[in-house]
Design a protein around this ligand. Structure first.
Ligand code: FAD
Ligand code: MLT
Ligand code: ZN
Length: 481
């Protein structure tokens, strides 16, 4: 169970037998058919330690052909499957709910090609994001996405969740930068959509169905992605604001005054800063002279060092003179840049260390975004620590409630209020993390009935037996009828 939703195992799914194991061992090699308790414990448990399955088997295919064969077998045997990448997902999508077979793509980690003229990278789904960043750095390019989980998450997982992250404000979503992909359907059919063109209007652009479908329609095996050139001047400023309206006005100004060089606009409140300072020993507040209510991290990326610096400094002087910014620092070297980023990127880890976390990932119009945090604080009184941070430049609030341990009273204060509030303000209950198991049944807060029905029809068309990531993304009722 999770919260109030009680999920039953679908009795139409079979359970593993000896012949299945023999088939998988023959197809993948014995060492890539994992039945070891310790390894399974890790693969069954999500990053937050909140969702836990009881799978008895993890399969590690090495290429598309092997993956196709094992999926075909699972489909014919009615064995349910969970696609898994780096297992950094935050909505319970990457772990089994019951005994689903885990198919992890970590061995599919080859870079297939890189075109230094167009910047198009083609690689296998299991490539770890940070490895791709390092590879591209040597070629003078960057990935169009970056996120705190880069050391573990895989590009296939990123595409399957349509991950947003720290650079979306500049480079847009993966729906824009992913040019093509290859996916294997539940029945083992391999669908080649691995185009490398920026423009291709030959009919339906079906790759978009797989971007953000969280493993519910197929397993992504290869990705082609447009990567921007690495520009020579990157500057990072860490700023303090006394109130939320100042953060909001600062964003408005940054979009106009920094314009095309703006590459990140992130915010955190004092509660998030305190968590990081209390739980991550090596980190220090870059602005220690006073206590501020909000902090903003602004990054600029451009091609003219002196112009870019002058632009950023001019912007900051104006912001300080007008009172929007109370204090600030510009990183003087790469160590200081990293220390600024570590504060922002360390928040999820600090929350984990602080105890139980109720995590919400919301799109809300920027003017209203922090009202929700304040209302939540009033609702919860002193019962829990309410923390707000996120990708302010994209209107994406990460609202987290931190408590010593999980407590149904606290959950009852948060839900359904948080979803109703977001829906009332025309927001989305998942800006970037997806629905997974956590929010499959909540989808109607953000999507119309007709849209959800169409999603269910597409699911039934591509995966008629429903073996791919069951109980996730789409409400159960629609798939069982
Ligand atoms: P997993 O967690 O393994 O899987 C995620 C989902 O995708 C599951 O539903 C799984 O079934 C499916 N899946 C995985 N691989 C495939 C595949 N090859 N084919 C089909 N389906 C597949 N997310 C953001 O959007 N922005 C952030 O800034 C961000 N920061 C994070 C910071 C931290 C510290 C952590 C722990 C997580 C963060 N996340 C963020 C969430 C998460 O990292 C991303 O969603 C990431 O893209 C998941 O990649 P993964 O390889 O770990 O996928
Ligand atoms: C982030 O922006 O830090 C991630 O999305 C993770 C989180 O929300 O905790
Ligand atoms: Zn985020």
């Amino acid at each position: 169970t999770f919260g109030s939703a009680i999920i039953q195992r679908n009795p139409l799914f079979s359970t593993l037998n000896h012949d299945d194991i023999i088939y998988f061992e023959k197809t993948l090699g014995v060492k890539n058919v994992i039945q070891d308790d310790e390894e399974l414990e890790t693969a069954n448990t999500d990053w937050m330690h909140k969702f836990k399955g009881s799978s008895k088997l993890m399969l590690l295919p090495e290429n598309t052909d092997q993956l196709s064969q094992i999926l075909k077998h699972c489909n014919s045997r009615h064995l349910a499957v969970v696609p898994q990448g780096g297992n950094t997902g935050l909505v319970g999508g990457s772990v089994p709910v019951f005994d689903e077979v885990i198919i992890n793509t970590r061995r599919m980690n080859n870079i297939i090609s890189f075109d230094e003229v167009s910047g198009v990278l083609v690689c296998e789904a299991g490539c770890i994001l940070e490895n791709l960043i390092t590879f591209l750095d040597q070629k003078g390019f960057i990935m169009p996405l970056d996120l705190g989980a880069k050391g573990s998450c895989q590009i296939g997982g990123n595409v399957s969740t349509n991950a947003g992250g720290l650079r979306l404000v500049r480079y847009g979503s993966l729906h824009g930068t992913v040019l093509g992909l290859e996916a294997v359907l539940a029945n083992g059919d391999v669908i080649d959509m691995l185009g490398t063109l920026r423009k291709d209007n030959t009919g339906y652009d079906l790759k978009h169905l797989f971007i953000g479908s969280e493993g519910s329609l197929g397993i992504i095996t290869k990705v082609s992605i447009l990567t921007p050139p690495k520009l020579s001047s990157v500057n990072i400023a860490f700023l303090a604001c006394q109130d939320y309206i100042s953060c909001q006005k600062l964003l408005f100004q940054a979009k106009r005054k920094l314009g095309e060089i703006l590459s990140a606009f992130e915010f955190l409140d004092a509660q998030a800063m305190n968590l990081v300072l209390n739980h991550l020993d090596t980190l220090r507040n870059p602005l220690p002279s006073s206590i501020y209510n909000f902090y903003v991290l602004i990054e600029t990326t451009g091609s003219n060092e002196s112009n870019d610096k002058e632009k950023l400094e001019g912007f900051l002087v104006e912001a300080m003179e007008s009172g929007l910014v109370s204090d600030g620092a510009i990183a003087q070297d790469s160590n200081q840049s990293a220390s600024f980023w570590n504060i922002r990127e360390g928040i999820p880890e600090a929350l984990q260390k602080a105890g139980a976390v109720y995590k919400y990932d919301l799109s809300i119009p920027v003017e209203k975004l922090y009202d929700l945090v304040e209302e939540m604080r009033i609702r919860l009184g002193g019962k829990a620590n309410v923390v707000g941070y996120g990708h302010l430049g994209d209107g994406n609030l990460h609202l987290n409630v931190s408590a010593p341990q999980y407590d149904d009273d606290i959950l009852g204060e948060i839900e359904p209020f948080v979803y109703e509030w977001t829906s009332k303000h025309h927001g989305s209950i998942s800006a970037e993390h997806g629905l997974g198991l956590m929010k499959a049944e909540k989808i109607y807060y953000s999507k119309s009935t007709g849209t959800v029905q169409m999603m269910a029809s597409i699911k039934k068309l591509l995966d008629p037996k429903g073996i791919l990531n069951p109980y996730k993304v789409i409400p159960q009722l629609l798939l069982s009828t």
